[in-house]
Design a protein around this ligand. Sequence first.
Ligand code: NAP
Length: 247
Amino acid sequence: MRLFGLIGYPLGHSFSKKYFSEKFNREDIADARYELFELPEIAGFKSLVDCLPELEGLNVTIPHKQAVIPYLDVLEESAKKVGAVNVIRLQNGRLTGYNSDYFGFKRSLEQWLPKSRRELQALVLGTGGASKAVSAALKDLNIPFQLVSRTAGPQLLSYQALKAQPELLKEHQLIINTTPLGTAPHTEEAPPLDYQLLTHQHFLYDLVYNPAKTRFMQLGEAQGAQVKNGLEMLQLQAEKAWEIWNS
Ligand SMILES: NC(=O)c1ccc[n+]([C@@H]2O[C@H](COP(=O)([O-])OP(=O)(O)OC[C@H]3O[C@@H](n4cnc5c(N)ncnc54)[C@H](OP(=O)(O)O)[C@@H]3O)[C@@H](O)[C@H]2O)c1
């Protein structure tokens, strides 16, 4: 039996377990199973892996995406670019780290943005792990971007500065929410932007996928902007993980 799974802590409801269990059923993959491995401390990683000789692949979630790196033998390019690992392949005792969020976001954005609009500039809201995967993808797509944070810094625009300079929202027509704002049950929350400055020229991409239409998306749509949630990215990153484990 081929074993795959997810490490993180705490692990409540897991998209990955549901996704892979349904995939194995749907595609008659009878020799594989997907398990949750709650790992409070990354120090327990090696003994977990040593106990599971049939383990071929892992997804990694909060809080271990960076902490797991010293335990790996190789970092593939995507993990190096992002500085975090969310997929591990175990093969002949060698552990290789990848970042499939980077692949998922990049492919989904490429599919969504019309070719005629690849010249635009982006704002990336939030500076956490998801923001790093998004930034790496934007760099590779040659889309210039500015990071927006609650805390101003040398390379960081604050939300206040964005409000003080309305031309910035006119100049940056792709806005990507990588903050958790708007995630259920806090569905009334949205990043603090002057949404009335948005137009039908804008594209709003929300990494949040629950609810399917977030407040950020609703406020953009009311101004005529194109909007997209994070579900496709989530599915594409899971499929990328499966491709990695079977490569
Ligand atoms: N669709 C997908 O496939 C996918 C993949 C990965 C993640 N996600 C989603 O993306 C979101 C972010 O994930 P993450 O792992 O990057 O999370 P994170 O590291 O916890 O947070 C991301 C950033 O959001 C900003 N932020 C946090 N709370 C905020 C608040 N109350 N108001 C304004 N900004 C706030 C912070 O940036 P500043 O401190 O700089 O403001 C933080 O660094 C989550 O909702 C996650 O579910 C989706």
